[in-house]
Design a protein around this ligand. Sequence first.
Ligand code: ADP
Ligand code: NI
Length: 217
Amino acid sequence: MPTIDQARGWYPANDAVHGFDHVLRVYFMAERLSRAEGADIEIVRAAALLHDAGDVSGAEADDPNLRHSHQNAAAEFAALKLSLEGWPEERISAVQHCIRAHRFRDNTEPPRTLEAQVLFDADKLDAIGAIGVARAVAFAARAGQPAYAPPSESFLHSGRTEIGEPHSAYHEYCYKLVRLKDRLFTPAARHIAEERHRQMAAFFEQLREEAGMSSAG
Ligand code: ADP
Ligand code: NI
């Protein structure tokens, strides 16, 4: 089993979106969900520590083209590390499935096992609530995008911005974050998501009100 200290070396330390602090939160949340749901905790722990491992960091790690397949790179990396530790093949495959199935934006391999559902849920719980707000705003700032811009009708329907339309943190909320609680698999995670969703929604509604620049109010 890889240790937390080993895993620290696989991630950037100062990355407000995908740094090691995200990995640690996912690790502890995944342990908590595993206990509640009766998942194989060793598979889940290894998958959590390895789920975003790769060799890109910072602004590069936000590049949609690089992030697109990071789950495959992390799954390869995991197989390498775990086979060096002498893990049996079928347990390595179980960890790889968790890692490949954890993306929201890419659902070519949906989570089929309880362990994969636990990792998916733990990762998504870290994208909502106060932490989720902080990450979305940090992502936008790093991409040179504002915290708030009014989404176009077409963005609200398709998730695609119009020419000249910024992709603000508020856009991310409208397109992805608002739906996450209904995409979770485990009852334990759905329960935790309720309060996180409420807090996040209150923040983004307040943000829209303060930043809306409408002359009506
Ligand atoms: P997933 O691995 O579930 O597909 P992403 O890598 O897309 O997730 O997102 C990881 C984190 O980065 C989340 O907290 C998400 O809200 C944030 N994020 C991703 N894309 C954007 C964006 N365009 N604007 C703001 N935040 C973003
Ligand atoms: Ni993650």
